[in-house]
Design a protein around this ligand. Structure first.
Ligand SMILES: Nc1ncnc2c1ncn2[C@@H]1O[C@H](COP(=O)(O)OP(=O)(O)OP(=O)(O)O)[C@@H](O)[C@H]1O
Ligand SMILES: [Mg+2]
Length: 371
């Protein structure tokens, strides 16, 4: 029998748990043509949420979306080509029709070649000279608007958006996109909170205050309980709530790890989950992630390591008390500086006065090492 849990790539349909409120809100924002920024830690379910929502909207008349993952795009030329292809794929399907249309809309009329990529898929390749680059970029960025003006509802998703900083196209992007105001909705997504915050919250940056911040939270406990139980039951196995609660104490509802735990538990269980099986599952999950965590730990300075231990010991609050500082032999100023560097590295995050680990399993792993 196939394991009913899944972790790794994008999830949809029966592998998608809850997020009903977020989906409802996101739909509303998209249909009003708002621009939205979604940032959440790695493997938190951003891409799944966006695609799941957009697929539902796509069933409505006249709605199209374009999805572009910026990770791995390393030059302006490549961005133009990848974006152009994503647009062509969603907006115009037959190749001849697409070529004709795009030849008409692109002002500098680059030659458009049809090629086959490594997987045998047809792809377009725009060819233009260095001095035509800036105009071509502008034209391609404006394609969604043209479609919107023909009466279509359009949403463009830029996944791993922080990458545009390295591409150096922030200014051009912003200046075109802002002209699309409520006609096209843009979703900017990414997991590098520190970079995205800088891009959208610093006055001198192109995207300053141009978006609505969209929060996604952990999936609530009761939804996970229902989701996990149902999958166990459907496959003829049993799990008591207590074990699901134990999983959630470790994963804090973090989607990837919760699915990973459930996956391993299901795999080890013959008919019903027991203590001994649970312990083995925890061990397995930690073993799988261990190498990554060890590298992460080794790359930290000794002050950063101390600061993380302090966060664990004090459960994130009142980190500066004298007793702790003297125990770890740290000065208050250097602890402050170190905490900032950990926020900057996206290892810690902060809610009000409370510091917490972005990655709950890294925290758990560290606890098992310290204690
Ligand atoms: N709504 C959900 N219900 C159940 N599992 C989910 C949900 N969202 C995400 N997951 C789990 O988390 C994993 C990662 O999801 P996804 O790739 O969407 O996250 P992401 O935030 O885009 O990750 P990355 O930072 O790697 O791009 C999925 O493979 C799945 O196991
Ligand atoms: Mg993603």
């Amino acid at each position: 029998m196939q394991n009913p849990f899944y972790y790794g790539g994008v999830v949809s349909k029966e592998n998608f748990c809850n997020r009903k409120e977020e989906i409802k809100q996101l739909k509303r924002d998209i249909l009003s043509g708002l621009n939205v920024l979604i940032y959440a830690p790695r493997r938190f379910g951003k891409t799944s949420l966006a695609l799941f929502t957009l697929e539902q909207l796509k069933k409505e008349k006249n709605f199209k979306y374009i999805f572009l993952d910026l990770l791995g795009i390393s030059s302006k030329e490549e961005f133009i080509n990848e974006y152009f292809n994503a647009l062509a794929q969603s907006l115009e399907t037959p190749v001849e029709k697409a070529i004709k249309f795009f030849k008409d809309v692109l002002k500098i009329r680059p030659s458009i070649k049809v090629i086959f990529d490594e997987t045998g898929k047809t792809k377009f390749q725009l060819e233009f000279s260095k001095n035509e680059l800036s105009q071509t970029l502008k034209d391609v960025l404006n394609i969604p608007l043209m479609y919107a003006e023909k009466g279509k509802k359009i949403c463009v998703v830029f996944d791993e958006f922080q990458e545009v900083e390295f591409l150096g196209i922030e200014n051009e992007m912003r200046s075109q996109i802002q002209l699309h105001s409520n006609k096209v909705s843009y979703i900017f997504m990414g997991s590098k909170k520190s970079i995205l915050k800088r891009m959208f919250l610093e006055k001198k940056k192109a995207f300053y205050r141009s978006v609505k911040h969209f929060q996604i939270k952990e999936i609530p406990k009761r939804d996970w309980i229902e989701f996990i139980k149902k999958k166990f039951n459907k496959t003829g196995k049993k799990i008591d709530d207590i074990y699901i609660e134990k999983i959630l104490m470790i994963t804090k509802g973090f989607p990837y790890y919760t699915q990973q735990f459930a996956y391993e538990l299901w795999e080890l269980t013959e008919d019903s989950v027991k203590d001994e099986i649970f312990t083995r599952a925890v061990k397995l999950v930690l073993e799988r992630e261990e190498d990554l965590f060890a590298v992460e730990w080794e790359n930290l300075t000794s002050n950063q390591r101390k600061a993380l231990k302090i966060v664990i010991e004090k459960e994130g609050v009142r980190l500066h008390d004298e007793h702790v500082l003297s125990k770890y032999d740290m000065k208050i100023g250097s602890l402050r500086k170190t905490l900032l560097s950990l926020l900057e590295k996206d290892i810690l995050d902060r809610k009000g006065n409370k510091y917490y680990f972005q990655d709950p399993l890294f925290e758990y792993w560290l606890k098992t090492k310290i204690y």
